[in-house]
Design a protein around this ligand. Structure first.
Ligand code: ATP
Length: 232
């Protein structure tokens, strides 16, 4: 039996005049790579920020569950909302030590080494951050999100601006994390990319969920040309 890890009910968010979310609902099962897909401005980042407790919704509710009870500790949710500002003249290890301190990880080195290995940066661990390519910077940011060994990862456009090799690297990392049993909630406006990693998705437009279900079914649907060309 699949286990629900996140339940979102009728979330509504207004920023003064902008009605960013108009009552969205969805569920995420444990172990999924769940896609929140939609064009720019459709409300993806707002949704993630509410789910991470950064923003407050005006209406509606959400719950992170564990074994049927509402108990996923927020510290067990790793987040990548934007490429964080690492220190350019520090190497990856020292940058991650700072993140570990903020996250109050008492014995950080094993977590740092494990995170760097998972994002394929062990061999560049002692290189200064400023020498990293954009793809490596993004992988280090995912590594930082992994430091507390989260059971859920929330990623906003993790391949934004990356070259094709960088995209493949990030995709491989995300698929590897799913293999470990982590649940991944990922927002993106690039349908072709999400097709390669997501199973279940919602498709958002103007703050509403316009489609939900298996991405492969949505794509096969006769309306998919509409979604492919106009929505994302
Ligand atoms: P993008 O990929 O461009 O970030 P998105 O799908 O993540 O798009 P949001 O960033 O959630 O969408 O924005 C949803 C709507 O809310 C947009 O119309 C946006 O302009 C508006 N919005 C977002 N943040 C604010 C804010 N702080 N103040 C006012 N309006 C905002």
């Amino acid at each position: 039996m699949s286990e629900i890890i996140l339940e979102v009910t009728d979330l509504d968010k207004k920023y003064k005049k902008v009605h960013a979310l108009g009552g969205i609902s969805f569920q995420v099962e444990r172990g999924q790579i769940f896609g929140i897909l939609g064009p720019n401005g459709s409300g993806k980042t707002t949704t993630l920020a509410i789910l991470l407790g950064i923003l407050k919704a005006n209406k509606g509710a959400f719950s992170w569950f564990r074994n049927g009870t509402e108990s996923v500790n927020r510290k067990r949710i790793g987040a990548l909302l934007e490429t964080p500002n690492f220190y350019p003249y520090l190497n990856a290890i020292d940058n991650l030590k700072i993140v570990a301190k903020i996250k109050e990880i008492s014995d950080p080195m094993p977590a740092i080494e494990s995170a760097l290995a998972k994002v394929g940066l062990s061999d560049r661990a002692k290189s200064k951050f400023r020498t990293y390519s954009l793809g490596m910077k993004q992988r280090l940011a995912i590594g930082a999100a992994l430091l507390s060994d989260p059971e859920v990862l929330v990623l906003d456009e993790p391949t934004n601006g990356l070259d094709p090799m960088g995209i493949v690297d990030v995709r491989r990392i995300i698929l590897g994390l799913k293999e470990e049993g982590k649940t991944i909630v990922i927002a993106s406006h690039i349908l072709d990319e999400m097709e390669k990693i997501c199973t279940d998705v919602i498709i958002m437009r103007k703050g509403k969920v316009i489609r939900e279900g298996k991405l492969k079914d949505i794509i096969q649907d006769k309306e998919h040309v509409f979604i492919r060309s106009s929505e994302l």
